[in-house]
Every structure is written in structure tokens, then in C-alpha cells.
Design a protein. Structure first.
Length: 571
């Protein structure tokens, strides 16, 4: 390479975005994706490179970067090697995107049969500079069925020293005959800690000064994407210079800072509607986006739910929340019903905002429903009211009756002119404790099933946040059917057209992941078992489980509470 060419490459690299400048250049630089790194490293070192790979994962998780690392490892002058030198001509050309032996193709804009035929004709040529030709097909799911059929034979029997890497975010849209001919790798979404590690590493390399709070906000706003995190960092540097502060990130992203999230959550726990409205007014005056605040608050409530279920604050939460002690205290102050209700209400508010509803009004109504359950006539709100009453009873803030409530004797029918038979009164017998009745067992199972059904969306989200986004997409359409508390089994049904999702979810590692998330969110050790539903369950049909009883009236609820908690009404 001439001096002028090197200078031009250096100038391009200097002006490139942070994400492009700081792509990992070797397997050792990859953060996360250990299973992919280990397999590809062993394949290169053992000379067992497959001719076709399918990289599956959400955007920004490193699929294209991993493909380029594989190309460098195969074409480095010291290779094939798992540690490419990075300074030889092939390594530099691949990094700069100018190598004749590494062909990137965007299937979103080159998806026709003619485009694939042109690619197929180029495959026949031998490598120009290195030992291997590597074809990287991004957004592979965008190819048409006809294009895939035209490509099938080439993919199955490519020329020697040719590797295809297909990258996609939607593997279900790729033909099964294509998937069968590839080695598949599922790229997991990086955790907050991993994203924060990359942000700090890039900041140190570039000489940026980044506050810890800013790192947490940038990492959380990235939604599991390294590329989005570094894109936001790039934007922050352009916005405020090389010193990135928490306040600047809040101003640019409209993100809610930790104090405001904690204040609103404290108000919810205290049932203080006035404090909630005052907090929203503060949010509005600051110019922040109500929709973004709602999403941040959902994430915060989900963290409280996990902390309450596990009894501890996971280390990964400290990236987004810098006050773990306060988070732990809030997790104990808020019950599960109110946390799940808050997540449901805020999720509905976010959906309404997307449909065009007024953002501030949607947020206020959602938070008022959670803060004051009496404003919400739903069954879930009634559960939150009972939960609040139980908490009050446990704290001794509701007066209890001095003795048990005496049962009302049944009214005897009047019989004219017929004296009652003279009998000696039998001594009252003490009731003997016996085994639980079938009604009691059914009631307990019903409560457990209702709890799992309500918390299932949070379980799916926990699976996604744990780095198994692909698995979460498999099970998000599934429905909770039954709970067997004695056998610790949870029955889950998949729609009739989701046989592929069911088969993938039945893999042992995926069953274990679902069980872990159930334990973390629901607080119950349950093993999921799956079945394929022939049709959507019909609650009115003969084959459906017994219909739920009608909601209890207010007076019935009060009578139940009196009996259950040995309480009396206070006027």
C-alpha cells in the first residue's frame, strides 16, 4: 500500500464513528458471546471451518464484527490463526472494508433473483489476495423465496476456501432448507455491565471524561445494543465536548434520573396521589419525554420485582441505579400485585401514546390508577387493594375485633302448633383439624395460576434481559395453562402455528432458562412443560376449564376480610 493510500485510510478512520473505529479486531477483544468465540476459535485453530454460518441476534450485538474477525483470522499472513496480527495487508484491508476477498452484501437492498445470480457468478472466482473468500450477507431474512432457491445449491456446495456468513435478526423468516445447511449461533443481548464496560473502554481510549451516572444512562438507553450505546456516546461528545455528564445525558435523551424514579415509586408505595402529580409536573417543566419516563419507570419497577423475588439486588442493576440500598428498601415496601399492576398500567399508557394519546395525560392516569386502586375497577386493582389491607393489618394500623366474629344462626322455619321435641343438649365438640379440603386446594392452585398468568409478561422480559432474546421471542406468544403445585410443573401452550417455537423452547438449556426466570420473577420453582394447542382456548367452550367466578361485590369482600383477618369495620 502506498503512503498516500495509507494516509487516506487513516483520515477515513479518524472521521469514522466511534462504533466503526472501535469494532473488536480479534476474538480476545469481543465482550460477551463466549460460546460463539470459543467455537469459532477452535474451528480456526483445528482447521475445521464450516462453509456456512448463520448468526442470529438483535441489532448491535456484534454479528458483522464477528464475521470480519473470522475473515481476518482466515486471511492473516500468520494464519489461519485465532489471533490475527492486525498489521499485515489482509488484516488492514479487511478492517478498512477494502479487501477483495471479503464481500459484504445488504440483503435488504439486494434481495432479488438477479442479485443472487450475480453473487453466485462471483463465487466461482478464487481468492484474490488471501487464502479464503468470505461472503457476509447482512439482513439475510430480506431475501425473497425465489432468491433463496437460486442460492441454495451454491450454499450447499460452495467452491473450496469459501465461507458464507448469514446475519439476521429474524431467523424465522429464513427457509428451513437454508438453516439446515448452516451452523447456527445465537448472539445474546449484552448485559448492562457489558455495555458499560465497552462505553468506559472507548471513553478511556478516546480521552473522554464520563461520569458514572452518564455511563449508566447511556447503557440503559442502548436497549442491549453496543452500536446504539457508542452512537449515543458519539452524540454526547458532539453535544457537550469530551466531558460527558449525567445532566447532559438527561438533557439530550430526555431520560429520567434515578432520584425522580425513586420519588415517584415512593409516592406509589405511600398511595400519595399529590406527590405523583407533583413529580409529573417536575418532569414536564424539565422538558423530558413522558414516554421515555414511562419506559424508565417500567424498567425500575421490573428491577424491584426481581429484587423482591430474589431477596437481593443483582449486581447488574447497579449500572442503571446508583442507590442499591434504596432500591432494596422499595422492593420490600411494594407488594407484587402493585408492582405487576404498575408495569401493566404503564405498558398500556406507552401503547396509548404510540396511538396518539396525550403523553402526559396517559402517564398521569396510569400512575393514579396504581397509586389509588379505588380509581380502577379492574380485578387486578382489587387485588392491590387487598394487598394494601393485608400490609396495613400486618403493621397493626387497622383495629382488630376483640374476639372472633360469631356466625349468624340460620333462620328456622316457623311450624304452627307443633312443639319442639324435648332433647338433651349435646355437648359441643371441639373441631378437629383435618386435611385440606378439595375446595381449599383448588383455591390455592387457582391463586397460584392467577399469579403466574399475571406475571408471565415479566417472566418473558426477564428472559430477554438475561441475554436470551431469541428464546423470549419463542415464548412470548405462549400462554400459561395450568399449575401443578405438588409436582412443581407449569403447563404452557403454544398456538397451533408455533410448532417450531415449541420445539426450540423444549431444548434443555431453554427449559432451564425459563425455570430460572420463573423462580426469579414469580418466586416459585416450576419446571415448564409445553403443548401445542389445536385452537385458541375458548373460555365459553365445553373443553375449557371451569369459568372463573364472578367478581365479588364490595360487601362480600368486606365480610371475607372480617372473617379472614378477624377484623371489624372502623367508622
Amino acid at each position: 500500500m502506498t503512503f498516500g493510500a495509507r494516509a487516506r485510510l487513516a483520515a477515513v478512520a479518524e472521521s469514522a464513528s466511534l462504533y466503526r473505529r472501535h469494532r473488536p479486531q480479534s476474538f480476545d477483544e469481543v465482550v460477551g458471546q463466549e460460546h460463539v468465540v470459543r467455537t469459532l476459535r477452535n474451528a480456526v485453530e483445528g482447521d475445521k471451518v464450516h462453509h456456512a454460518y448463520l448468526f442470529v441476534g438483535s441489532r448491535g450485538t456484534g454479528k458483522t464484527s464477528m464475521a470480519k474477525i473470522l475473515a481476518r483470522s482466515l486471511n492473516c499472513v500468520n494464519g489461519p490463526t485465532a489471533t490475527p496480527c492486525g498489521v499485515c495487508e489482509p488484516c488492514r484491508a479487511i478492517a478498512a472494508g477494502t479487501s477483495l476477498d471479503v464481500i459484504e452484501m445488504d440483503a435488504a437492498s439486494n434481495r432479488s433473483v438477479d442479485d443472487v445470480r450475480e453473487l453466485r457468478d462471483r463465487v466461482g472466482y478464487a481468492p484474490a489476495e488471501g487464502r479464503w473468500k468470505v461472503y457476509i450477507l447482512d439482513e439475510a431474512h430480506m431475501l425473497t423465496k425465489e432468491a433463496w432457491n437460486a442460492f441454495l445449491k451454491t450454499l450447499e456446495e460452495p467452491p473450496p476456501h469459501t465461507v458464507f456468513v448469514l446475519a439476521t435478526t429474524e431467523p424465522q423468516r429464513i427457509m428451513a432448507t437454508i438453516v439446515d445447511r448452516c451452523q447456527r449461533f445465537d448472539f445474546q443481548r449484552p448485559s448492562l455491565d457489558q455495555i458499560a464496560e465497552v462505553v468506559r473502554r472507548v471513553g478511556d481510549s478516546e480521552g473522554f471524561e464520563i461520569e458514572d451516572g452518564a455511563v449508566g444512562l447511556i447503557s440503559r438507553s442502548a436497549s442491549g445494543s453496543f452500536r446504539d450505546a457508542l452512537g449515543t456516546l458519539d452524540q454526547m461528545v458532539a453535544f457537550g465536548g469530551e466531558r460527558v455528564t449525567t445532566d447532559a445525558v438527561i438533557e439530550l435523551l430526555g431520560a429520567a434520573d434515578a432520584d425522580l424514579l425513586f420519588d415517584v415509586t415512593d409516592a406509589i408505595a405511600a398511595g400519595d396521589a399529590k406527590a405523583v402529580l407533583e413529580a409529573i409536573e417536575r418532569l414536564s417543566r424539565s422538558g423530558r419525554d413522558p414516554g421515555q419516563f414511562a419506559r424508565d419507570l417500567i424498567a425500575h419497577l421490573r428491577q424491584l420485582l426481581v429484587a423482591r423475588a430474589t431477596g437481593e439486588v443483582p449486581d447488574s442493576f447497579t449500572v442503571a441505579i446508583t442507590q442499591p440500598e434504596r432500591l432494596a428498601a422499595q422492593a420490600q415496601a411494594l407488594g407484587e400485585a402493585r408492582l405487576v399492576g404498575g408495569i401493566d398500567a404503564l405498558s398500556a399508557a406507552v401503547a396509548a401514546m404510540r396511538e396518539g394519546d396525550d403523553p402526559r395525560l396517559s402517564l398521569e392516569v396510569a400512575l393514579l390508577k396504581v397509586t389509588q386502586p379505588s380509581l380502577d375497577p379492574s380485578r387486578e386493582a382489587l387485588l392491590r387493594r387487598i394487598e394494601s389491607l393485608e400490609a396495613a393489618l400486618g403493621a397493626g394500623t387497622v383495629a382488630a375485633s376483640p374476639g372472633p366474629v360469631a356466625p349468624i344462626p340460620p333462620e328456622e322455619p316457623a311450624v304452627a302448633d307443633e312443639p319442639a321435641p324435648a332433647t338433651d343438649p349435646a355437648p359441643a365438640e371441639e373441631p378437629k383439624p383435618g386435611p385440606p379440603t378439595a375446595t381449599a386446594v383448588a383455591s390455592r392452585v387457582s391463586v397460584e395460576l392467577d399469579k403466574v398468568v399475571r406475571m408471565w409478561p415479566a417472566v418473558v422480559e426477564h428472559v430477554r434481559e438475561s441475554g436470551s432474546e431469541v428464546l423470549s421471542t419463542y415464548v412470548e406468544s405462549a400462554k400459561v395453562l395450568a399449575v401443578d403445585a405438588e409436582k412443581a410443573v407449569l403447563s404452557i401452550g403454544f398456538p397451533a402455528g408455533a410448532a417450531f417455537n415449541k420445539r426450540k423452547a423444549e431444548a434443555k438449556e431453554n427449559v432451564d432458562r425459563i425455570a430460572e426466570s420463573l423462580s426469579a420473577i414469580v418466586g416459585m420453582r416450576l419446571r415448564p412443560v409445553y403443548e401445542l394447542l389445536e385452537s385458541e382456548p375458548d373460555p365459553e367452550g365445553d373443553a375449557a376449564p371451569a369459568a372463573e367466578p364472578d367478581p365479588m361485590a364490595e360487601d362480600e369482600i368486606i365480610d371475607l376480610i372480617k372473617t379472614k383477618f378477624d377484623a371489624r369495620e372502623v367508622t
